[in-house]
Design a protein around this ligand. Structure first.
Ligand SMILES: CC(C)(COP(=O)(O)OP(=O)(O)OC[C@H]1O[C@@H](n2cnc3c(N)ncnc32)[C@H](O)[C@@H]1OP(=O)(O)O)[C@@H](O)C(=O)NCCC(=O)NCCS
Length: 234
């Protein structure tokens, strides 16, 4: 049974959990999933108002707001709950972990299309992280606390920062700083500014080299003009 699997997964993954029974009775993250399974059932059967009502009761009791339309795989561990928002077209794979303050939200208001993230299996989303827009996050991804993720993320990546950047793939650090500084790949205003500064410094260095060359040429010309003509007299 899926709910029992969810509770077992939480008991397995939370070092603070003492037993599956404790999870079932005392974990608001587990309660949020129960409310969602019920509201999603009504949503699938087109009883949208009932679905919304169950979801709002769940939100009131747990501090976790999951839209009834969101698709959530088995074994989701919502640690601490509180302040989590999961949007209507969001999809969460199996055995994921989500900490408090996470948003799986939209960036626009277009109706009838996917507006929220799709997340693979075994993904960890750190406290306060925001995943925005119809992005796709691969399997086995770790998203750092307070990261703001706006682009697709490949499998096995570790993402941190604002905006979120991949800093590790499969535990190995990303080394190419040059690639990270290519501002065509970046939405980060600071990086864009930095790249512009680097370009300006490079072009100034070019200008300085040209000026040096011109001064040297001028100097050579002057010295050859000033040299006394050798007429052979002592
Ligand atoms: C992102 C995370 C999963 C990475 O863990 P990890 O695989 O052990 O990787 P590391 O800790 O070695 O971090 C990799 C790099 O990212 C940086 N980093 C890690 N977490 C970060 C974060 N949240 N924000 C910014 N940078 C972060 C590290 O400083 C390190 O940088 P470096 O390579 O320059 O040294 C982890 O740091 C994290 O944020 N987990 C969420 C935990 C959480 O929300 N807990 C709430 C409990 S209530």
């Amino acid at each position: 049974m899926s709910l029992l699997y969810d509770a077992r997964q939480i008991a397995k993954r939370d070092p603070a959990a003492r037993s599956v029974v404790g999870v079932i009775f005392l974990y608001s993250g587990f309660h949020a999933i129960v409310y969602h399974r019920v509201s999603h059932f009504f949503y699938r059967h087109k009883l949208l108002s009932v679905a919304r009502w169950v979801s709002q009761v769940g939100r009131h009791k747990t501090g976790v707001e999951i839209h009834p339309g969101a698709k959530i795989g088995k074994g989701l561990f919502i640690d601490h709950g509180m302040g989590i928002v999961i949007g209507e077209t969001a999809v969460i794979g199996d055995n994921c972990t989500i900490y408090h303050g996470v948003t799986l939200g939209g960036r626009g208001h277009s109706r009838g299309q996917r507006r929220h993230p799709v997340i693979g299996d075994n993904v960890l989303v750190g406290a306060g992280a925001k995943l925005l827009g119809p992005i796709t996050v691969g399997n086995d991804v770790s998203i750092g606390a307070n990261a703001v993720v706006l682009h697709d993320i490949p499998d096995y990546a570790t993402v941190v920062g604002v905006p979120g950047k991949v800093v590790r793939i499969d535990g190995k650090p990303m080394t190419s700083h040059a690639v990270e500084l290519d501002h065509s790949l970046s939405d980060d205003p600071l990086e864009t500014e930095m790249q512009q500064l680097v370009n300006t410094v490079n072009s100034l260095q070019g200008t300085i080299m040209d000026l040096k060359q011109q001064i040297n040429d001028l100097h050579k010309e002057r010295t050859s003009d000033n040299e006394e003509p050798d007429d052979g007299r002592c």
